[in-house]
Design a protein around this ligand. Structure first.
Ligand code: ADP
Ligand code: MG
Length: 258
């Protein structure tokens, strides 16, 4: 099967900062890729470039074989690339249900179809009984569930998730992990998931890549990457990141947060 995403020598600068430095990787259809790296290493910039918020300075992105570097986020959303954010971006004054309708306002689908999809997905993430509440009344973790459900409204082939588990209650995190796996298994959705939590990535992703200063410094299984000396050095040696490192299962047992 054709890869869902082929990224070739992608670069992005902000003034003198090289946020992405010749990033290349391939994402096979129906697979989950984990993305780690110290703060400021370029993870969010990579997602922003892949979903059309930023235009790369050079390099190529192919989504299902089609070059996408000149497309905007709403165009990519209609082609099947969805996105969630480090801090959930939901509309606080709208209800949970109304938030679900937003990705499809311009889609040529019947009202019934959109409503049915929204109801199914809210049930999928356990928010069906909160659908009439303003989104502001949800906890931070529930907002992340809502954002995930909303990202599935367009029936995407690829979902980009920026730190979906950060600061999320363990019960909600367990549900989110399960639903991501289910979406991958049963709907053939591919994911790129930014997280510092190696144990979570172990349960999701066969492959992890680690970025540092805009470059990919390691790729392999979650275990291999978390044990890679260059990866550990990048986390320890990063300015402002003293003691910050990918959370291993041992640390997590001790309640370490990254
Ligand atoms: P991460 O998500 O890994 O923490 P980012 O992608 O947010 O890292 O940032 C990578 C680098 O690019 C950082 O040095 C950051 O300050 C810089 N950067 C990110 N976005 C912008 C922007 N819009 N304007 C200027 N610099 C930016
Ligand atoms: Mg980030």
């Amino acid at each position: 099967m054709e890869p869902v995403l082929q990224v070739d020598s992608l670069s992005k600068r902000f003034g003198s900062i090289v946020a992405l430095d010749r990033i290349s990787f391939t994402l096979e259809a129906g697979s989950i890729l984990g993305l780690i790296g110290p703060n400021g290493s370029g993870k969010t910039t990579l997602l922003n470039t892949l979903n059309g918020l930023y235009r790369p300075d050079s390099g190529e992105i192919r989504y299902l074989g089609r070059p996408t570097r000149n497309l905007r986020p709403h165009q990519l959303a209609l082609l099947g690339i969805s996105r969630t954010f480090q801090t959930a971006r939901v509309f606080h004054t709208l209800t949970v249900y109304q938030n679900m309708l937003i990705p499809l306002v311009h889609a040529r689908l019947s009202r019934n179809e959109v409503q049915e999809r929204a109801r199914q997905l809210l049930t999928f993430v356990g928010l069906e009984r909160s659908q009439a509440l303003p989104a502001s009344e949800l906890s931070g973790g529930q907002q992340k569930l809502l954002e995930f459900a909303r990202a599935l409204m367009t029936e995407p082939r690829l979902v980009l998730m920026d730190e979906p588990f950060g600061g999320v209650h363990p019960e909600i995190k367990a549900l989110l992990l399960e639903r991501i796996r289910e979406a991958q298994r049963e709907r053939q959705v591919s994911f790129i998931i930014v997280s510092h939590e190696i144990p979570d990535l172990m349960s999701l992703a066969r492959t992890v890549i680690c970025m540092s200063y805009g470059r990919i410094i390691a790729r392999g299984t979650p275990q291999e990457v978390s044990e890679n000396p260059e990866v550990i050095a990048a986390y320890l040696g990063h300015p402002g990141g003293q003691g910050q490192r990918p959370a291993t299962s041992l640390e997590q047992a001790g309640g370490h947060a990254s």
